[in-house]
Design a protein around this ligand. Sequence first.
Ligand code: ATP
Ligand code: MG
Length: 344
Amino acid sequence: MAFKQLVFSGVQPTGNLHLGNYLGAIVKFVDLQRSHDCIYCVVDLHAITVWQDPVELKRNIREVTAAFIACGIDPKAHIVFNQSQVAEHAELAWVFNCVARLGWLNRMTQFKEKAGKDRENASVGLYAYPSLMAADILVYRATHVPVGEDQKQHLELSRDIAQKFNNDFGDSIRSHGFGDAFFPQPEPLIQGPATRVMSLRDGTKKMSKSDASDYSRINLTDDAEAIAQKIRKAKTDPEALPSEEKGLGSRPEADNLVGIDAALKATPKAAVLQEFGGGQFSTFKSALVELAVSKLGPIGAEMKRLVQDTAFIDSVLADGSARAQALAAETMKSVKDIVGFVRR
Ligand code: ATP
Ligand code: MG
């Protein structure tokens, strides 16, 4: 069966939105609007899998919404909303908790990283995170999911859940007139030179919201001065930049900065090396500062303006939630019929 093409993705309101979120995810969200119907979600139910201060959570939900709009997402032409306003996400996640296997979740590296050494003390929600993520996507029967490289494993799990649901309930799916498959196999869209932006302090660690050092990341709300300082202080090695991509192989920090430059310009890394190969890092860094400030400066300023207008942001989320819920409720009706629940 052919499924209607639909894009879904989400960002957690966990503070410190950074260049990795922008290049790995949000830039793709913006591009896909031209070719697809898109649903972009502020995934607040995911955020509370680790402790969130209630006052900050609210502020962060509005800030991610402001970032979506400031980066160029059109909440009228597409759908922008926060997850907790559409209860069907949690409802389908429960069904998926009963489809997914413990063995599958035990392999998830994000849980291992985030739970750390004190695994006994991690929330049950953090463990079950991937089945909620599968529900986020599949409650819309979405077919395409733009994400950073770190989410690849969770996307594979979403596909496994969709497939097991389709198999386990195969007879019921057919008898209810849905053909051979009720859920599509959602496809990850992980492309380009910045699918995994690394920390500016350590080229082997992902740039992350939770890194203790603010110098490890460029925040979307950083001003020109902060962006310049962070890039100038970014870790590098003493060699000049190579002219060919293979020369970046064992140089994670150089590779990362070249990848960032390429992604900001929307060109391949090879093109950046053609321009800067053989030259000193300082020359390259100065050019990168100028580029980053020109791209991110206006976004940060617009975000700061938009978050002030709480009424506007909340109305965007209310409107998006209503439209998302209309779609999700249809899917849940069918899921209930397929599973064998009695419903009104
Ligand atoms: P957290 O530490 O709270 O998980 P996060 O920075 O990983 O925060 P998420 O909200 O989990 O942010 O992810 C939002 C999107 O940004 C996802 O598609 C994710 O793959 C992408 N992303 C996150 N970090 C990076 C990165 N360093 N490089 C590229 N993409 C990233
Ligand atoms: Mg994450």
